[in-house]
Design a protein around this ligand. Sequence first.
Ligand code: MF3
Ligand code: CO
Length: 262
Amino acid sequence: MSVSIKSSQEIELMREAGRILATVHQELGKNIRPGMSTMDIDRLGEEMIRSYGCIPSFKNYCGYPASICVSVNDEVVHGIPSEKRLIQEGDIVSLDAGVIYKGYHSDAARTVAVGEISEKAKLLIERTRQSFFEGMKKAVAGNHLHDISAAIGDYAESFGYGVVRDLCGHGIGNHLHEDPEIPNFRQWRRGIKLRPGMTLAVEPMINLGTSEVEWMDDEWTVVTEDGAPSAHYENTILITEGKPEILSLTEEEKAAGYLDLF
Ligand code: MF3
Ligand code: CO
């Protein structure tokens, strides 16, 4: 297993990829309305990605047919957009997107509320996001990879949530998926030592009920086994000597105090 260290030129390109992806998420999130199909969301997202001079990295990745993974309620990740699937008031919708800018990838996900949602769902979304930032508290050069995993998992499990074990975060750079794999729960071994210049996609997937998931017949859509809702939060980050740099946050999110969450 080899984990690459990015040069300062590469990091600059990953910063730009992250900035663009953050903007795409911000605009997509603002445009979600009841009555839209999940395909409408995909079209909007793909158009935006291309308008910023990027390539949607998910399209045709291992045969995945769309640019944006749209996963509703009990769908955890990798939902396939469909003209027939209409989103409704009260739904929670996980949007996962990836872009390639001048050969460099960024990958990020947000779960958004459609209109008024239940208090339980609201908390699930907030705490899934915070589990990512708990991981960020440990994402410092000199620490070990699984310090991040343990911080995410312990925080989420403290609320009784199910932490998805069958899917992981990953290294990212010239490729969407690079080494290392990044589990979202406590590991027996400590994992590799974190070094400045590593770029990682950290992505907790947290369920309101059981941690168990299954794959639908489309061979992509991952759903919770018990049908309870699930949330997803992902950013592409850069390891430094100090606090990690979170490459796929918007200025708006930074202004809202997200940099103080870790
Ligand atoms: N964020 C997801 C991941 O890292 C992206 C799904 S990739 C897909 O695995 F293209 F296959 F959908
Ligand atoms: Co990812």
